[in-house]
Design a protein around this ligand. Structure first.
Ligand code: GLC
Ligand code: GLC
Length: 803
């Protein structure tokens, strides 16, 4: 069943009822100020760092899950309601939520009064702006009391929800006109404050939460709202809020727009105060002045739309398949931008208080946004490479505010270094910016240690080659892509982190997956060397790749599929010799993409993956699932069967299999798998899938799970980038190369062809692919040999391919 529908022309998902199976969220913001917003107006805002600069509160583990985000109350006679249903929870006569590109709209109607709330974070603006339009279509005069309320977080979101002995003493606000300024800790070391205001005179305010709510009330029925009053409370400690009240009369047919603004300001140290103890509000006033009128707001919405038009016009397809088009043209690319902004930090599943930026995650995310924002991709690569160590290993994570490696987690995830090659090669193919390879890039952020980025790639390869086990396969370390396959950690203490507890470096635990990666990216590195004229180095890299390939064929092939690993005792993992975990998905994907063993091994590996791991929603991680915990395998066996790494469809790796099908030129196989979990194709199973039907989730519970088919952890997943790579480069086959754009589709039989517009190196390539007799490619009307359109200075290049 569905809870809404796609409006492709508007690039929106329209949710037609508030009781979606889970909060269905959207992301606002693209520079520094970010907001999460659910279909009932829940969520929270932060500036750059969801842990350290949290602007509004969010209660993890709260019931209901999504209460107390943006609170609007409309009091009309006896009725009190909210445009987005929550928090008032009054049943509306009708309601809608439209999630669009960087904004969300909520429309609620009750007793002839309409409220249309549009929420966005305008471009280049550290502020969430909420336009509330009230309409009276009841035929009689309405006297409304309207409240807009926000609850401030005392900045550090972890401290905010733990350190009450301090925090219940420090809350401070200032109130001026129609604005409440939240200035907790500003008196001492902070140089930032936030504010919430409205563009009209208010009738009253509250800034102390408990006064506003009253004892025993939640957000659904605050005392002030029940009484239609404000208590003019001034927060002093406890929980500062901004509750702005407006008494409004609307004649029949009249409408009125209010603009609420939740902003964030940083002041220079010398300019913190306007008078002793009084914050300098200049910047806040300037921000508010930009959103005083409806026209200003609407202009910002137009700008936002133009921004997304421009971004999304860089890759568009018309395939005749509506679902494919909406994934490719809208939602998959949108999700890629979200993962660029958020990495794995802030969602309804990632609390924003834990992980920083993952090394491997960030490298892979880049595959999905490099064509959209190449300049920012460049900066990201340098940031990532700067946490690598001199020996080629690397910190596993870094903090976005400091860009320093995260010492708590440390290093030892042996796949990490190779992802740097993957993303750098992808970047150079996309942009032709070979100069990045000369960029002086430090090791471990140490001044004076700078070496060209190219040297970092070299050390990545070298690290794998010099860290190999008894079968000549790469050592796994704490884990490889599968964070939960911890072959050297042996954790037996409850609560301990499975990956970082210890790392025995047995010198034996090996990963066939890393071997597959090495062969694939080692060869990509060799191609890069060749292109740079480094023939000897290219040859050495190829020889290394060949050597690892031989090791895989000898020790990593199980007969019908690729093995997964060898454990610390030299026993195989993911082999027919095992009782559980006999086959894993990851090496089937990567070894086949790398071409190891050619079509013969490839076909058998994919057939086995489908046979043992295939379900209605994709390919599961492993089978049979582990039923007991094994300390020599680690976290993977800690999950109940069918969940997470223990046998769910871990969506991130499914596109590897799709790409593996493409490698074997099996268009039907590729498309079949792609459509099994691409959100638009499973929209009508929303009651089973439960997460948003417009974005990928990390996992879908496998057959062994009680809740088979249920997804979790939506939005922040490498699935976004890899799915876009699979569909755009695999199925549609549009692949950037160093010296041109290759068009090499791998279509299912039923698809006749497609048109793609692709911006590449400043040229708009208009590509048409059809089936026909006269096979071959024409570029601007002239036949060319092969299927790569060359680079050109022209603004437009027409490519026709007959397959
Ligand atoms: C999570 C991690 C990612 C890892 C994956 C599989 O998505 O962010 O780094 O590869 O899980 O364990
Ligand atoms: C857990 C999760 C895994 C994730 C890791 C990140 O192990 O199961 O998916 O990659 O945490 O820290």
């Amino acid at each position: 069943m569905k809870y809404g529908y796609f409006d492709d022309a508007a690039r929106e998902y329209v949710i037609t009822r508030p009781d979606t199976p889970l909060p269905w969220i959207n992301y606002l913001g693209s520079d520094g100020f970010f907001s999460l917003i659910s279909n009932t107006c829940g969520g929270y805002s932060f500036y750059k760092d969801a842990k350290l600069r949290r602007i509004t509160r969010f209660r993890y583990n709260n019931v209901p899950h999504d209460d107390g985000g943006r609170c609007f109350y409309i009091c009309d006679g006896d009725a009190v309601w909210s445009p987005a249903f929550l928090p008032a929870r009054t049943e509306l006569d009708s309601s809608l939520c439209r999630h669009g590109m960087g904004y969300s709209v909520f429309e609620g109607w009750k007793n002839g009064v309409g409220a249309e709330l549009t929420v966005t974070v305008p471009l280049h603006t550290d502020m969430e702006v909420q336009k509330l339009v009230l309409k009276n279509e009841s035929g009689e005069e309405k006297r409304l009391t309207v409240y807009g309320v926000t609850e401030f977080c005392l900045w550090n979101s972890v401290d905010d929800s733990t350190n009450f002995q301090r925090n219940w003493n420090i809350g401070e606000v200032e109130i001026e006109g129609s604005a409440v300024y939240h200035k907790t800790e500003y008196r001492e070391r902070r140089d930032h404050y936030s504010f919430y205001s409205v563009n009209a005179p208010i009738s009253g305010f509250d800034t102390d939460r408990d006064t506003f709510l009253g004892r025993f009330n939640g957000w659904s029925g605050p005392d002030a709202v029940k009484k239609r009053v404000s208590f003019q409370s001034v927060a002093s400690g406890w929980a500062p809020i901004a509750a702005l009240r407006l008494d409004i009369a609307l004649a029949p047919g009249e409408s009125r727009a209010l603009i609420f603004r939740l902003g964030y300001v940083e002041n220079e140290y010398e300019k913190k105060f306007a008078a002793p103890g009084i914050i300098n509000k200049e910047k806040a006033r300037a921000l508010m002045a930009r959103f005083e009128t409806e026209a200003q707001f609407d202009a910002a919405m137009d700008e936002l739309k133009a921004h997304w038009d421009a971004l999304l016009s860089r890759f568009t397809v018309e395939s005749g398949d509506k679902k494919l088009d909406r994934m490719v043209n809208i939602w998959n690319q949108y999700q890629c931008m979200v993962t660029f902004n958020m990495s794995r930090s802030a969602s309804y599943y990632e609390s924003g208080t834990g992980r920083g930026m993952g090394f491997r995650d960030s490298c892979q995310d880049l595959l999905g946004f490099v064509h959209l924002i190449p300049e920012r991709a460049r900066e990201r690569i340098i940031d990532i490479a700067s946490i690598q160590f001199e020996d080629g290993s690397t910190y596993h994570q870094y903090q976005p505010l400091t860009k320093r490696g995260n010492a708590d987690v440390g290093s030892g995830f042996n796949d990490d270094p190779l992802w740097l090659i993957a993303c750098t090669c992808a970047y150079v193919r996309e942009t032709g910016d070979f100069a990045i390879l000369d960029h002086p890039t430090p090791f471990n952020n140490e001044k004076g240690s700078e070496a060209p980025l190219m040297e970092h790639l070299r050390r990545s390869l070298n690290y794998t080659m010099t860290h190999r086990g008894p079968h000549g396969l790469p050592l796994i370390g704490r884990a490889d892509w599968n964070d939960c396959l911890n072959l050297n950690c042996f954790s037996t203490t409850p609560g301990e982190n499975f990956q970082t507890c210890s790392n025995y470096e047995s010198g034996r635990a090996e990963s066939v997956f890393i071997a597959g990666m090495f062969v694939k990216y080692g060869r990509e590195f060799a191609a890069l060397c060749e292109r740079l004229g480094l023939a000897d180095e290219a040859e050495r890299a190829l020889a290394s790749a060949d050597e690892i390939e031989r090791a895989v064929l000898e020790y990593g092939w199980d007969g019908e599929w690729f093995k997964r690993a060898y454990d610390a005792f030299g026993r195989p993992v993911g082999s027919s010799e095992n009782e559980e975990g006999r086959i894993y998905v990851e090496p089937q994907g990567f070894c086949v993409m790398a071409g190891i063993g050619g079509a013969d091994h490839g076909k058998r590996a994919l057939a086995s993956a489908e046979k043992y791991l295939g379900n209605d929603y994709g390919i599961e991680v492993l089978s049979p699932c582990y039923k007991e915990y094994h300390d020599y395998l680690g976290e993977i066996s800690s999950y109940p069967p069918g969940y997470k790494e223990n046998g769910s469809v871990f969506c991130h790796n499914n596109p590897w299999i799709t790409l593996a099908y493409c490698k074997l030129k099996d268009g039907n196989g590729a498309f079949r798998l792609y459509t099994r979990n691409a959100p638009a194709y499973i929209e009508d199973k929303s009651e089973i899938h439960r997460t948003e039907p417009y974005c990928y989730s990390q996992t879908i519970a496998g057959r062994a799970a009680r809740n088979y088919g249920e997804a979790k952890n939506s939005w922040l997943t490498g699935t976004a980038a890899w799915s876009f790579a699979a569909v755009s480069q695999g199925i549609l086959g549009i692949r950037p190369e160093f010296d041109g754009l290759t068009v090499d589709p791998c279509l299912p039989d039923h698809m006749e062809g497609f048109r793609v517009t692709r911006l590449f190196r400043g040229t708009r390539y208009e590509i048409s692919v059809t089936r026909g007799e006269n096979k071959g490619m024409k570029v601007d009307g002239k036949p060319v040999s092969g299927n790569t359109a060359p680079l050109t200075e022209a603004a437009l290049c027409r490519v026709e391919l007959v397959i």
